[in-house]
Design a protein around this ligand. Structure first.
Ligand code: 5AD
Length: 348
């Protein structure tokens, strides 16, 4: 009975790329290998076998926020805080560009230590290389987003984390769900390619809430979706709660691919951290993007501890690239040298 209904739902979504809430819930609960295969086929059909690689630069771990799950939260005084200086960020960008990366992702905590003019100057300098710039620096005003766009930023990542307002409020004290939506809206208005996403496995989260997250992604039709899985960090209020379910998060990636067939979906580091070859398994379930950490200073990588024991924490960028290539051989996928915009997927 369940098997039949999963089959019917998959038939529908493969051609129409729409589902109602109860169908999303059914796939998240009961989707097996058939779901994964359907997502993989859709990925091949719409975005091809290429993998877009992005160089990730975590340029500051200072954060004014107190998100319950995150090791960078302001109240965690056990971590050592660092801030790369502008020249260091700019020279790292030059290095990754020379290595062939065509996208750099600049990520930080919500650090008020960087003034907007300084961030704009960094973006302008980096744009002198032939590279797309993605920012992942949190909530800003419309005018600040506008200045960064004018400076040359191409994309912005801001996960909604959860679309359930109560859960959002519980885990993001003194933050506003409404403002987060405003940010996503402003970014789209300003012409950024926009990425969002959610965390799977927060205590109190139900499969229905995850279905709502995915339907939200579909509704706002964003260009990128990063789905992470919760990993407890000991120095946070959620430090003793259980980690998220890898398989559920993988199914969420698969359903997201089926509903938004042409978008970019990363195989996130959290998935690789939770399970050996997690990244490969997610690339077979609809994902087509990998972000590799470009830090040259080993200490920065360790101190950017959103969650503990991050996969690849001791690997140089070159070694990460070698490991990724090894992962791609058995699944017949290849790295693309491309800025990898959503619009580029249409050319496949
Ligand atoms: N486990 C997994 N992912 C986490 N993030 C923050 N803390 C954790 C954690 N403990 C994710 C958030 C954020 C992204 C940069 O890292 O979803 O958006």
């Amino acid at each position: 009975m369940i098997e039949n209904s999963v089959k019917n739902i998959l038939e529908k979504v493969k051609s129409a790329h729409t589902l109602d809430r109860s169908e999303v819930v059914a796939l998240l609960n009961f989707g097996g290998e058939e779901l994964i295969r359907a997502a993989d086929e859709t990925r091949r059909q719409y975005v091809g076998d290429g993998i877009y690689i992005r160089a990730l630069v975590e340029f500051s771990n200072y954060c004014t926020r107190t998100c319950f799950y995150c090791g960078l939260r302001a109240e965690n005084n056990k971590i050592h805080r660092y801030r790369m200086n502008p020249d260091e960020i700019i020279s790292t960008a030059k290095m990754v560009s020379e290595k062939g990366f065509r996208t750099i992702v600049l990520q930080s905590g919500e650090d008020c230590g960087f003034k907007i003019d300084e961030l704009c100057r960094i973006v302008e300098e980096i744009k002198k290389n032939d590279i797309a710039v993605t920012l992942s620096i949190g909530e800003k005003s419309f005018d600040e987003y506008k200045m960064l766009k004018s400076a040359g930023a191409d994309r912005f990542l801001l996960r909604i984390e959860t679309t359930n307002k109560e859960l959002y409020q519980k885990y993001h004290p003194k933050m506003s769900f409404k403002n987060r939506l405003r940010c996503l809206d402003d970014l789209r208005t300003l012409g950024y390619e926009v990425g969002t996403g959610s965390l799977i496995g927060l205590e109190g989260q139900t499969v229905g809430m995850i279905a709502d997250d995915i339907l939200f992604f579909k509704k706002i039709n964003v260009d990128m979706i990063g789905i992470g899985v919760f990993i407890p960090h000991p120095d946070t209020p959620l430090g003793v709660t259980a980690a998220g379910d890898f398989e559920l998060a993988r199914r969420a990636v698969a359903v997201t691919r089926l509903l938004l067939p042409d978008i970019n979906i990363p195989a996130t580091t959290a998935m690789e951290t939770l399970k050996p070859n997690g990244r490969g398994l997610v690339l077979e379930a609809g994902a087509n993007v990998v972000m590799l950490n470009a830090a040259e200073n080993e200490e920065y990588k360790k101190e950017y501890s959103i969650y503990p024991d991050k996969a690849g924490i001791n690997d140089s960028l070159d070694l990460s690239l070698t490991k990724l290539k090894k992962t791609l051989v058995p699944i017949d996928r290849n790295i693309l040298i491309s800025k990898g915009f959503r619009a580029d997927n249409k050319a496949v």
